[in-house]
Design a protein around this ligand. Structure first.
Ligand SMILES: [Zn+2]
Length: 93
C-alpha cells in the first residue's frame, strides 16, 4: 500500500532545437507525490509500473475510507447504546 498520488508531467529537456522548445514537451512522465516522515517526496515511476502504483495508492484510500466508515459505525453504536441506557434508566424510575 502506498500513500500518495500519481501525477504526470510534460517536460522540456533544454536541448537547443528540440521539438519541446516549440511546445511539444516530452512525456508524460509519471511521479508519485507522497509524504514520508512528514516530508514531501516526489518519486519517478517507470511507465511499466504506473498502473500498479496507482492501484496501490487507491488501495490505501479505499482502506482509509473503510476505517472511517467503521469509526462512523462505532460512533453510531455508541450513540444507540447511550440512548438505550437513558431510556432504561427512565423506565426504571
Ligand atoms: Zn526536448
Amino acid at each position: 500500500m502506498l500513500v500518495g498520488n500519481v501525477y504526470k508531467e510534460y517536460v522540456r529537456c533544454g536541448t537547443p532545437g528540440c521539438r519541446c522548445n516549440r511546445g511539444e514537451r516530452h512525456g508524460p512522465y509519471f511521479y508519485l507525490r507522497s509524504y514520508e516522515n512528514g516530508r514531501r517526496r516526489k518519486r519517478y515511476i517507470r511507465k511499466a509500473d504506473v498502473a500498479q502504483v496507482k492501484e496501490q495508492c487507491e488501495a490505501y484510500y479505499r482502506a482509509r475510507e473503510e476505517v472511517q466508515s467503521q469509526q462512523q459505525l462505532a460512533r453510531t453504536h455508541k450513540e444507540i447504546i447511550t440512548n438505550m441506557t437513558t431510556t432504561l434508566r427512565e423506565l426504571a424510575k
